[in-house]
Design a protein around this ligand. Structure first.
Ligand SMILES: [Ca+2]
Length: 415
């Protein structure tokens, strides 16, 4: 949909309503029957799926309960699981003894709205270095009246040339080292990324090229998603030491792709294709296949693109599902190998998105709901190296209806 000025005004009105009510953006979308975006369900198409995987055979196990807004997780080769909680703690789940009460590490973050401590990623050399990366939000202004004055002056004098200086709330990437069961030496590796209480979620992942990839929201200044001088509304690529690598689309810039509103899930398939979920403004949530230098449209264009100026999403959820985490199902030989698993906050679902070839030899996409409603809002989804799928619930984020066991870390045993 081309976003003209009238539509922008309408979108802004709804977005402002969302800021007041603390909505998770696309969750404002009216639930119309048209949500179903005419994507066929996978089980109607790939007969092998329905015969080989009986949904009743999928076992769901809560490996930890009583967490507070767990965001993202990583599974270590020794079976331990590290989980970020929005408030700034990194929790450890031991395969023998379960959730340890004492955190693995605590990071000072600004935790509010849809930001705080968010993505976590293991260094590709974790087994040698013990390095773990997390992304968290902080107050970039400071509390004193002098801090406030300095910030106001910078905003007036410098922001026209360096737009990101205007953001009082920012994200940064920390590196910690796993030692004797605790995360030591938190070190800031990437700093001053634009953020915002409601439009600042960042996801973090290492690519197959061993580089750090991180998403930024538009931080409530939508036009900056198209502005190359800002890091808002972008996919960024860095070296593990926080430097800018060779091979980015623009020399000496971490910007890898642009035109995003708020991508919250990132993963690669075994062919090296990078997929990301995108939170739309009022519905129009997207699944995108990201390429270096690509422009994904926001705020000029949302959803499927009729022209050639912007990259089309490979799937649009018009009425909105609030897609968050994304993981590629990785189990060679399995009928789901290479399919995308997507967690949804609004519809409280885990969805599988797969591609298939139709009778005419064309590539098509299909979608299947795997879990729906039973566990409440689902945020993080992760494919463990043990072949299991891990999920985080998000029922204590002020938008869910928490039950006494919430929040939970779920492990899905998929036959
Ligand atoms: Ca788009």
């Amino acid at each position: 949909m081309h976003v003209n000025s009238k539509k922008i005004r309408w979108l802004l009105a709804v977005v402002l309503a969302g800021m007041v009510s603390g909505c998770e953006n696309s969750e404002l979308a009216p639930a119309t029957p048209a949500d179903s975006h005419s994507v066929p369900t996978c089980i109607d198409i790939t007969a092998e799926d329905s015969t080989q995987i009986n949904m009743e055979d999928i076992r769901v196990e809560a490996i930890a309960t009583g967490l507070e807004v767990p965001w993202d997780l990583e599974v270590l080769d020794d079976g331990r699981v590290l989980v970020t909680e929005r408030k700034g703690t990194i929790r450890l789940i031991d395969p023998e003894t379960g959730l340890r009460q004492e955190p693995w590490a605590t990071i000072p973050v600004l935790s509010k709205g849809v930001v705080g401590l968010m993505g976590i990623a293991l260094s590709p050399q974790f087994n040698e270095s013990g390095y773990v990366y997390v992304v968290g939000t902080y107050d970039a202004v400071g509390k004193s009246s002098v801090d406030s004055l300095v910030y106001k002056i910078k905003k007036i004098i410098i922001a026209p040339f360096q737009p990101d200086i205007q953001f009082p709330v920012r994200n940064r990437v920390y590196r910690l080292r796993d030692e004797h069961g605790y995360g030591r030496d938190p070190t800031i590796m990437i700093d001053n990324l634009p953020s915002h209480e409601w439009y600042g979620t960042s996801s973090l992942a290492f690519g197959p090229d061993n580089m750090i990839y991180i998403t930024t929201g538009d931080a409530a200044v939508p036009h900056l998603a198209q502005d190359d001088s800002s890091l808002a509304g972008k996919l960024l690529r860095y070296r593990e030491d926080g430097g800018i690598p060779d091979g980015n689309p623009v020399n000496n810039s971490p910007v890898y792709a642009k035109g995003f509103r708020n991508s919250q899930g990132l993963d690669w398939d075994s062919k090296g294709n990078l997929f990301a979920t995108e939170h739309g403004p009022v519905g129009y949530d997207e699944l995108n296949l990201l390429i270096p230098g690509g422009n994904y449209g926001w705020p000029n264009f949302i959803g499927p693109n009729v022209g050639a100026e912007y990259h089309d999403p490979i799937l649009t959820w018009f009425a909105g599902i609030a897609p968050s985490g994304l993981a590629v199902f990785d189990r060679p030989g399995h009928p789901w190998h290479g399919d995308l698993l997507i967690a949804s906050l609004k519809t409280r679902q885990l969805r599988r998105v797969a591609t298939y070839e139709d009778t005419g030899g064309n590539n098509r996409i299909c979608e299947q709901v795997l879990l729906s409603g039973t566990y409440g809002r689902l945020r993080g989804v992760h494919m463990g190296s043990d072949g299991h799928v891990y999920l985080t619930t998000s029922n204590r984020d002020q938008r869910g209806q928490p039950e006494h066991m919430d929040d939970r870390i779920l492990r899905l045993h998929i036959p």
